[in-house]
Design a protein around this ligand. Structure first.
Ligand SMILES: Nc1ncnc2c1ncn2[C@@H]1O[C@H](COP(=O)(O)OP(=O)(O)OP(=O)(O)O)[C@@H](O)[C@H]1O
Ligand SMILES: [Mg+2]
Length: 248
């Protein structure tokens, strides 16, 4: 088991954004995390990445209790996450943004530069590396966010809607990128509303609703689950596509 979160609760005042949620992930998996807006997916990520301490519960990563460890400690241990709203240094170049990530593992500028270049090649950003980050549109920004985190050399990568706002072609290319990341041996938890992305990437899916895990299992079984359809999938166009996609 690479990561095990047990009975995690995150309370904001009297409101439980995450409520007694238990999830676990094995090394090498790609797990999809889905659920309606406000279900607590990003809050769960915040707990898993150390950005917000859980109110209660326990999170063990690679045999260590990281429940109350700092975001920096999480990054150093190999838990990387993208933010739903990308965090970019607007006036810095794309290369410099990725180097910020690489400095987590490399003290020297040359080594950080080399590590960043490797990631820029992998993510397809190398040809435009000297442009300022502010020149990027949504797809480029999403890619840069992934690149910056990859440069921290995560072993577990939490992607929070890293493919949102992309068109069909951009989604296809982003799916390829996620596959390439996985092929490098990185374990992934992917939050996405685009079911096509979840169905094509995730080996296993967890469904959140009102802070709780309401279903988990193979993607094709979860999309047929009555409670999941009621809580989430019923609100999307996905339902029309489900029978065809569910054929093995
Ligand atoms: N810092 C905060 N303070 C108070 N309430 C918060 C805070 N962060 C999140 N919430 C609330 O917790 C609930 C869960 O939010 P969260 O962002 O985790 O949902 P989500 O599943 O990621 O939704 P989406 O799909 O829209 O991104 C929401 O009702 C949200 O308003
Ligand atoms: Mg969210």
């Amino acid at each position: 088991m690479l990561l095990e979160a047990s009975a995690v609760t995150k309370q904001f005042g009297g409101f439980r954004a995450v409520s007694d949620a238990s999830i676990s992930i094995d090394e090498g998996e790609i797990v999809g995390l889905i659920g309606p807006n406000g279900a607590g997916k990003s809050t769960m990520f915040n707990c898993l990445s150390g950005d917000l301490p859980p109110t209660s519960g326990r999170i063990v990563y690679d045999g260590r209790d990281v429940t109350r460890a700092s975001p920096e400690a999480h990054a150093r241990l190999g838990i990387g996450r993208t933010f739903q709203v990308p965090v970019t240094f607007e006036d810095m170049t794309i290369l410099e943004n990725v180097m910020v990530g690489a400095f987590l593992r490399h003290a020297g500028r040359n080594a950080a530069h080399a590590a960043a270049m490797d990631i820029l090649e992998m993510t397809g950003l190398a040809p435009i590396r000297d442009r300022p980050a502010r020149s990027l549109g949504t797809p480029g920004r999403k890619r840069l966010e992934i690149a910056r985190v990859l440069a921290t050399r995560p072993r577990l990568l939490l992607l929070d809607e890293a493919l949102a706002g992309l068109n069909a072609n951009e989604i296809a290319s982003a799916i390829q990128l996620v596959r390439a990341i996985h092929a490098r041996g990185i374990t992934l938890i992917v939050v996405e509303h685009v079911m096509e992305v979840i169905m094509s990437l995730a080996q296993r899916v967890l469904v959140f609703n009102q802070g709780r895990v309401i279903a988990s299992g193979a993607a094709r079984d979860v999309v047929q689950d009555a409670e999941v359809i009621r809580a989430y999938l019923g609100q999307t166009q996905w339902i029309a596509a489900a029978p065809a996609a569910a054929v093995p």
